[in-house]
Design a protein around this ligand. Structure first.
Ligand code: FNR
Length: 381
């Protein structure tokens, strides 16, 4: 109501409050190389577009005469007590989204300010220890791009555990980078000068692979990183992954119910439904359309995480209705960072949360169990 009162007295909102305006404003604010990196996807970006479009054929039916003056969006997952199911998906190279090159720290500060947990990417501009410290009291998860060198992988995971992260999110779909035409135009690619490899460059196991430290021979260090990045994981690697840590292992990129069953059989502690926002495989169906079948296969045995196409609070609630325990936002928070650093990012998260909360209020859904029980209905339009 405060917003309507402000509007009646002629005030304009400072920040965008809907995704379309956010995107347009961010497009104007971001240098083309950064914009192409964040916005770009695979091939002609059909899957990426489908991810968001597909939310439009899932609908909810409002219920009346339910007291929803108090809404409870809270959830307990992986030992994290969270005020809502929303989290920040891992976004590598986030450093380039803010002018000071420390977008990861800005995202972490937004996490501290909002209580929305961050999944810190392996490819961050700041070390995983610094990113965790900037998250303050808000818990965080660490995303692993598994290096081929097992000692480096073990070292990154044990550092994440020591730093206090609550889960290790192992991304399965990116041992090789997909066909991304916007990035293939190399002149578009942001000049990174090795900055996003801080987790490697600070890592004792990685440094042991180098003849000279990165500070003395950056080119060779990048070469070694390239040679060790991107282990092809198979089910046989699950026992090894589990042996690295006492933390829950969450598998990111699971889209098929049979893969979800196999993941749980081989020890996965969480299933993360995602198609990487359409950045890896073009031609795939929308991630949201895979969520319910996967959640059915999981049958409550482990938490189900979801991302790919979340643009609003309504999308968050639909994803919960279709079986997600935690719902990840990706590109929109990068746009928030580009527009206003930590404050811009926090604003985007708060807007999504406020819309989710209000949707529950007007749909007669006092808590997340009610959302799950209500479900979402597929429409043909
Ligand atoms: C990503 N994503 C990603 N995933 C991951 O596991 N590790 C990473 O480092 C990154 N990096 C990354 C960079 C950028 C610029 C984007 C847009 C995405 C994928 C991310 O976690 C998530 O799956 C998608 O962002 C979801 O799609 P939408 O909703 O952002 O379109």
């Amino acid at each position: 109501n405060a917003i309507y009162y402000a509007g009646l007295s002629g005030m304009q909102p400072t920040w965008p409050v809907d995704y379309a305006t956010l995107k347009t404003r961010a497009e104007a604010a971001m240098p083309p190389s950064v914009l192409n990196y964040v916005q770009g996807g695979c091939g002609d970006e059909w899957t990426q577009d489908e991810n968001a479009r597909a939310f439009r054929h899932w609908g909810m039916v409002p219920r009346m005469m339910v007291d929803c003056t108090q809404r409870d969006l809270s959830t307990q997952t992986f030992g994290m007590s969270l005020a809502s199911p929303l989290f920040m998906a891992p976004i590598g190279v986030t450093g380039i989204c803010t002018q000071d090159g420390h977008g990861d720290l800005a995202a972490a500060r937004a996490s501290a300010a909002t209580g929305v947990p961050l999944t810190a990417s392996t490819l961050s501009n700041d070390t995983l220890e610094d990113v965790h410290a900037a998250c303050g009291d808000t818990p965080a998860m660490f995303q692993l791009y598994t290096p081929r060198d097992k000692d480096v992988a073990a070292s990154l995971v044990s550092r994440a555990e020591a730093a206090g992260y609550k889960a290790i999110v192992v991304t399965l779909d990116t041992w090789v980078t997909g066909w991304r035409p916007r990035d293939l135009n190399v002149s578009n690619f942001p000049q990174l000068r090795g900055h996003v490899l801080q987790n490697y460059f600070s890592d004792p196991a990685f440094r042991r692979l180098l003849a000279k430290p990165p500070e003395e021979d950056l080119r060779a260090a990048i070469g070694t990183w390239g040679a060790t990045f991107g282990k092809v994981l198979t089910w046989d690697d699950m026992a090894w992954l589990k042996s690295l840590t006492a933390l829950p292992i969450v598998l990111k990129g699971i889209c098929h119910p049979n893969d979800a069953r196999r993941a749980i059989d081989t020890g996965a502690d969480g299933i993360y439904v995602s198609n990487h926002g359409g950045r890896q495989a073009n031609g795939g169906i929308a991630a949201i359309d895979m969520l319910a079948p996967v959640a059915d296969a999981v049958a409550g045995r482990v938490p189900v995480l979801f991302d790919s196409g979340i643009r609003s609070g309504t999308d968050v609630i639909k994803a919960v209705a279709l079986g997600a325990d935690l719902v990840g936002v990706g590109r929109p928070y990068s746009y928030g960072l580009a527009l206003g650093g930590a404050d811009g990012c926090a604003h985007v998260l708060r807007s999504i949360l406020a819309e989710a909360d209000l949707l529950m209020a007007v749909n007669g859904l006092p808590d997340l169990n009610a959302v799950r029980a209500a479900g979402a209905t597929r429409t043909d339009r």
